[in-house]
Design a protein around this ligand. Structure first.
Ligand code: NAD
Ligand code: UDP
Length: 342
């Protein structure tokens, strides 16, 4: 077990609520997957708001450096733990909110060990739901647009049931998340756990891993390096990209809302993969060389969230343009590259 500055025993004995001098109510929050890309940004935001954060992470795709950075906050505690293994509620202490973001999100990473991906989503989510039930904590699942599979309707509304191949290479993730949603719903109806389901669409930004294999990290790092980029298939498949800071705001807004039914979170400007490649080149003012590579099996052809519910219920919408977000992401990769060469 590794710890942040506050230490587990101390964190476990914290009061759930304290009043900061600012008058903001301090909540003790568990973030599973808090050492990952979105999780770390969420932890940082919550800590900045004055809350106490317990990050539970196996570091499968997360970063120990991120944990060290977050350890600078005295209200941060780190528990090195696989959520699919039994969780010791005593170690975690009393928490008021549980965010479950633990799961690799990159197709390359979640397909490396598909059995593990299913265990994380099903057993891990169940372990965290049990903890939330015992602690009477509110629970938020980071689900995904992948529950819609390769959708046959556009934009995808929350009441669309999806089109998923149960035995394809993406099934471990897609079906894992679908089962996780079903578990969350079952704990809500059977055990009255106060739950939220966020269906996150493609999210990018500073903090992504350079080599995670996702389209934004691949394109930005290769174009910065002057290397050719690969287009899988015909490149006409589409995605909508949301900047990470916007996504963190949306997750917090959903957690603090009263909405117990699934909600799409993301941005809805749809771009094809080829358009994204040229956009990155334009924004970075760099030449782009495309290479065609084989299409991925079951790669969704199009994806675009219907965000009416999130605008209406949360009053939230993403504010960072794709151009600005790509510039900030490129600046991050350029900075981290310099450090790795230092
Ligand atoms: P990430 O891979 O960067 O982070 C996932 C974190 O979970 C890592 O720190 C990893 O070590 C940890 N983890 C994985 N399995 C674990 C386990 N069994 N026990 C404990 N920790 C474990 O991914 P991300 O992009 O930050 O995504 C976070 C969440 O959001 C995931 O649940 C993902 O499915 C969901 N999501 C992300 C996107 C996106 O575009 N980034 C889109 C849809 C959904
Ligand atoms: N993609 C690509 N080249 C790359 C990486 C990804 O053409 O180097 C494509 C991929 O086939 C998919 C899209 O970009 O159609 C988004 O891929 P990513 O892995 O980022 O996310 P997901 O498929 O989960 O939306």
């Amino acid at each position: 077990m590794t710890k942040g500055n506050s230490g587990l025993a101390q964190a476990g004995s914290n009061n759930i609520y304290n009043k900061a001098s600012s008058g903001i109510e301090i909540v003790r929050i568990l973030v599973a997957g808090g050492a990952g890309f979105i999780g770390a940004a969420l932890c940082e935001k919550l800590l900045g708001l004055g809350h106490a954060v317990v990050c539970v992470d196996s570091l499968q795709t997360g970063s120990a450096q991120v944990v060290d950075r977050l350890g600078a906050f005295t209200a941060f505690t780190f528990l090195h733990q696989d959520i699919a293994q039994p969780l010791d509620a005593g170690l975690v202490g009393t928490v008021e909110q549980v965010y479950n973001l633990a799961c690799p999100a990159s197709p390359r990473q979640y397909q490396q060990d598909p059995v593990k991906t299913i265990e994380t989503n099903v057993i891990g989510t169940r372990n965290l739901l049990e903890l939330a039930r015992i602690a009477r904590a509110r629970f938020l699942l980071a689900s995904t647009s992948e529950v819609y599979g390769s959708p046959q309707q556009k934009p995808q509304r929350e009441d669309y049931w999806g089109n998923v191949n149960t035995t394809g290479p993406r099934a471990c993730y897609d079906e894992g998340k679908r089962c996780a949603e079903a578990l969350v719903q079952a704990y809500h109806t059977q055990h009255q756990v106060d739950t939220r389901i966020a269906r996150i669409f493609n999210t990018y930004g500073p903090g992504m891993q350079r080599d995670d294999g996702r389209v934004v990290s691949n394109f930005v790092t290769r174009i910065l390096d002057g290397a050719p980029i690969e287009i899988y298939g015909d490149g006409r498949q589409t995605r909508c990209f949301c900047y990470v800071d916007d996504m963190v705001e949306a997750l917090i807004a959903l957690m603090t809302s009263e909405c117990v039914t699934p909600m799409n979170l993301g941005a809805d400007r749809e771009v094809s993969v080829v358009e994204l490649a040229h956009l990155v080149g334009r924004v970075l003012e760099k030449p782009v060389t495309l290479r065609v590579a084989p299409a991925l099996v079951d790669d969704p052809r199009e994806r675009q969230p219907d965000l009416e519910k999130c605008r209406r219920v949360l009053g939230w919408q993403a504010t960072t343009s794709l151009e600005m977000g790509l510039l900030k992401t490129a600046a991050f990769f350029a900075r981290t590259q310099e450090h790795s060469h230092a």
